[in-house]
Design a binder for this molecule. Sequence first.
Ligand code: PMP
Length: 430
Amino acid sequence: MNTKRSEEMFDKACRLIPGGVNSPVRSFGNVGRKPIFIEKGIGSHIFDVDGNEYIDYISSWGPLILGHQNPLAKKALLEAMDKGFSFGLPTPVESEVAQLMLEAYPCMESVRMVNSGTEATMSALRVARGYTGRNKIIKFEGCYHGHNDALLVKSGSGALTFGMPTSPGIPKDITKNTLVCTYNDITSVKACVEANKGEVAAIILEPIAANMGLVLADKDFLCSLRKICDEEGIVLIFDEVISGFRIGFGGASSYYGVSCDMACFGKIIGGGLPVGAYGGKKEIMDCVTPSGNVYQAGTLSGNPLAMHVGLAQLTYLKQHPEVYVELEKKIKKLAQGFDAILRKYKVDAQVVQMGSLMTIFFTNQKIRNYQDVCTCDTEAFSKVFIKMLDKGIMMSPSQFEVLFLNTCHSDEDIEKTIQAFQESIQELYA
Ligand code: PMP
């Protein structure tokens, strides 16, 4: 595969941008390859600047659940552009998106738009602290909630990929209020809450963890968190930046039937345009300025272009619940195909799948938390990733991320991907 132009562009970018990229995982640094620079995407395929074509399982890290350049989203964007790009004043579409979100999350009575998942979790924590008058928060090892200071502690995603789950540059004075527990381990949470009685403002987690690879929560674990939060007056925050509107229209909350007090959202509600949101119970959200006195603002928040694209995508998803069934059917075929090949060649690896998400973990350890994920052979992952890339399959370039399916992935795409996997594993393990 010729990637000469990508390499030239990366060299140029490295002179201008830290590490040549604007977000670390896309550098491919962990897999020992220079990144591919993308020219365009259509449906389930992307094309690089050298003209190579890939079946795309990144889907912009989730938001493109309807694929690249979905015609409804594109039409909405073009129409919105005709009216202007940004006003810094309210527009009607913001309430339409808010209404759809509140319908999907009955535990939420009010929602505020922001510009990224990072902003959503940062703001939700501030509001939870303002509401409770408490300082401490509990997060879980391996969960990623964006790069805000208080949450970049033992976190997942790029931080985990590059071996720095706790970042330098964050004063201890800030992280001293961040308590870290073990995912799926309610005993660790009970002990932590007991040791910090009356001081914990919020428990924040990914109700389906997707930033240390895909780690599924036990329903009992989520129910017990709900109970502890009720008993102790703690705000339960579900970070649904990945699971929201992807696992189903009501996200993980509805899938598990466990309600939260606040929820955070990201890219998927903007269909690929920069956006985020956080919401929750009325009495909590009433604390936010200008209703209340917990300050939170944003010049581009509720940006009309992002809102119109988001509205088009969310409306489609709401009207077509069969989308979720079809996505799961397709990804199960992929997961089963991968699984059979891994068993055939006796590879120490397993596939974890839920909804339209999946991860191939290169370990036989049962996956329930961060420690389990850390038993993975990341070199084996990298070798398979590169083999697949060279065969035109763009998987997420890290053991600690997930593959995202979108509605444009055809049966042919799935078959080609399984075939590429068969060849890759055979080349490496036969
Ligand atoms: N929370 C979760 C669960 C995420 O997966 C991410 C990013 N993938 C974020 C928060 C941060 O979102 P953003 O990159 O938009 O700031």
